[in-house]
Design a protein around this ligand. Structure first.
Ligand SMILES: [Zn+2]
Length: 458
């Protein structure tokens, strides 16, 4: 049994004392997942197993990689584009059908020319999207769309039908349960997904308990559409579904050089981007809190986290208070932690990102920024609550992968967590109900998951 594994958990069952290699945990919670995309990814073409894009052959695509005439793939990184022109590669793979390869961090995509021809007319004249349409030094398109330009393509590609959404959610539910997770927190629910989820609840198809967050693209999307919708829908209580609030992206990712930092990226004159104006973020935060919805923000860079915390404090000073969830918090300055202590805040961290990102962290980040990486131990010392999760499908939803990441990062000089890590995996809301969900581990592997009887109706 690896250290930290057999002793942890807030609700350990007596069985763990009988055998050192056995542990049972109630309400095992992955605090940051993309439920639908976890299911969708299972049918995407897997780019991760190739050394570079030029190794892929057109005959490698399978029928399930197609959706409405488009080819979808997932998982490329910059290292697979080295010495190559990504656009040329994807045009070779698919000269006529539109193709979309999503980057491993899900903050960028690579489109072929057929897809660009379809998408560009909708986005190239929108000034806020132009900076995210990547061009090379000669001004030619590279095929890469980042952040909001990437997310905007979803309005123009064939949408999933309700039955496809249901199939993907079920596939992902099985995946989470196989990995021991009985509780999840979904970060990117949409109105169509919510209506499928309600049907699944009625039909007795839901086994996991899910906190649901609606993803807002813009402040008007949040204020005019999603918040009124969430309030209306929240009036009905569901056994397995809990509408938690609204989620937005305040910055990007380190992999795409879009995480917003205090310092510049190493060897560059840029420090990433804040994707929302203060005014827009304040208006959504305020509207959420005045309606008892939680406000969740993707904030990965140290500057992004700090600026969200400052905005929250400015509302608190006007006696407008509510729950703030900070997503990823991969970089966090010590002075920001001090400011967090007066807020109802919870950080949602994914240690496994360390294993994916460690390859490029030294290349991309200055010395001063590196010191702010993965500050779980500083948060624990400051008694700021935080939860662990996977960001599935970006990383595998696996407790054991987190254990490996925590051990590996500690060896590389990240301050080690001084508490059994499984304590950060339990559902933060304790109820009698959570005791009915128990995940049994043996030698770090999930061997059995106990669930309450299936529930039909709301
Ligand atoms: Zn995420």
């Amino acid at each position: 049994m690896k250290k930290g594994f057999s002793r942890a958990g807030l609700n350990p069952s007596p069985s763990e004392h009988m055998h050192d290699n056995k542990t049972s945990i109630s309400a095992l919670y992955d605090s940051h997942v993309h439920w639908l995309m976890t299911g969708e990814k299972k049918s995407y073409f897997d780019i991760q197993k190739y050394r570079c894009l030029s190794d892929i052959a057109p005959s490698d695509f399978q029928p399930q990689n197609y959706r409405g005439g488009w080819i979808f793939g997932f998982g490329w990184t910059d290292s697979q584009l080295v010495n190559a022109n990504g656009l040329k590669d994807v045009d070779r793979l698919s000269p006529t059908s539109p193709l979309c390869f999503i980057k491993k961090d899900a903050h960028s995509c690579l489109l072929n020319s057929a897809a660009l021809k379809h998408i560009l007319p909708h986005i190239e004249n929108v000034p806020t999207l132009q900076p995210f349409i990547e061009r090379d030094s000669s001004g030619a398109l590279t095929g890469v769309l980042k952040e909001s330009a990437f997310y905007s393509i979803y309005a123009h590609i064939p949408a999933l039908s309700p039955s496809e959404i249901r199939r993907c959610l079920l596939v992902a539910q099985d995946y989470f349960l196989d990995n021991g997770f009985t509780h999840i927190r979904d970060m990117t629910c949409s109105m169509p997904q919510w209506s499928v989820l309600k049907d699944m609840q009625k039909n007795g198809e839901l086994k996991v308990v899910a906190d649901i967050n609606f993803n807002a693209e813009t402040s008007s999307h949040a204020l005019e559409t999603l918040i009124p919708f969430a309030l209306l829908e929240r009036a009905t209580k569901y056994r397995n579904l809990n509408i938690q609030g609204i989620k937005i992206f305040s910055d990007g990712s380190l992999g795409s050089n879009t995480a917003w930092l205090f310092e510049n990226y190493k060897g560059t004159k840029q420090n990433g981007i804040g994707l929302w104006s203060n005014e827009d973020m304040l208006s959504v935060m305020k509207q959420c809190w005045q309606n008892s919805l939680e406000f969740s923000v993707h904030a990965l860079g140290d500057k992004a986290v700090d600026s969200v915390v400052d905005l929250a404090r400015s509302l608190y000073s006007q006696k407008i208070r509510g729950y703030l969830n900070l997503e990823h918090v991969q970089l966090l300055a010590p002075e920001t932690i001090i400011k967090m202590k007066s807020l109802f805040v919870r950080c949602h961290m994914q240690p496994s990102h360390w294993l994916s990102d460690k390859k490029f962290l030294n290349e991309k980040l200055n010395h001063k920024t590196l010191k702010n990486l993965f500050a779980w131990e500083a948060l624990r010392r400051a008694k700021v609550p935080f939860s662990f999760g996977s960001d599935s499908p970006i990383e595998e939803a696996s407790v054991d992968l987190t254990r490996i990441a925590l051990e590996d990062s500690a060896q590389a000089g990240i301050e080690a967590l001084q508490e059994p890590f499984l304590s950060f995996y339990t559902y933060p809301v304790t109820s009698n109900d959570s005791k009915l969900y128990v995940t049994h581990f043996e030698n770090g592997k999930v061997i059995k998951v106990d669930l309450p009887p299936i529930h039909t109706g709301n």
